[in-house]
Write a protein that binds this ligand. Structure first.
Ligand code: FE2
Length: 202
């Protein structure tokens, strides 16, 4: 033990999984979400930058989204198991996001929940990475600038390219946001479409 040893303590999990054959599911979901937006154009103002569309948050109570909800519950149980926790889970709320060109989501957390995450339905090129910030206050305020080429576990901000058909889960207290959508194709071609959700203990 006369060489430097390192343990990584208090890790923060980021879970992800791709739904097999998600193309048909995404087509189906996109069709329903577009109709929902038409019926309810005002949506809700949350962390989106003002000109994206954020649906009402009762998506979990709409039967047309059951195919996705079933996949989310499956994955939530897998996350519980991997993380070694056993709360009985319910979907607290769930909503759809349509982020057109230049929209983004500011850094935020999801209070009063256990697991939060996102499912990607439509992801044009350069439409914004998901970023997660180091949740610990210490390293953000007391560590000087670090050297380059550090391993991922030591990054202060981790950003990931979205992928259609991918489900992501993280603890709800994990600060996160979405980079600006820089895709400038015409009309709905530039839309970044996703679904977000909060699992709670019931
Ligand atoms: Fe979020």
């Amino acid at each position: 033990m006369n060489q430097l040893q390192r343990k990584i303590l208090f890790p923060t999990p980021l879970y992800y999984k791709d739904i097999p054959n998600s193309k048909d599911l995404n087509k189906y979901l996109f069709k329903h979400i577009k109709k929902w937006r038409k019926d309810c154009p005002e949506g809700e103002a949350k962390t989106n930058s003002g000109f994206g569309w954020h649906s009402p948050t009762d998506m979990n109570n709409k039967k047309e989204y059951k195919p996705l909800i079933d996949e989310l519950f499956k994955m939530a149980e897998e996350c519980n198991k991997d993380y070694g926790v056993q709360p009985k889970l319910g979907l607290g709320n769930m909503w759809a996001n349509i982020n057109p060109t230049y929209s983004y989501n500011k850094t935020h957390t999801h209070p009063n929940s256990l697991w939060s995450g996102v499912y990607y339905i439509k992801v044009p090129k350069n439409s914004g990475k998901l970023f997660l910030e180091d949740p610990r206050p210490g390293p953000n305020t007391h560590m000087p600038r670090r050297v380059d080429n550090l391993p991922e576990q030591l990054w202060r901000v981790c950003a990931y390219e979205p992928k259609e058909g991918r489900i992501i889960f993280f603890p709800s207290w994990q600060p996160h946001g979405v980079d600006i959508n820089m895709n400038t194709e015409k009309g709905e071609k530039n839309w970044r479409v996703s679904v977000s959700y909060n699992f709670i203990q019931i």
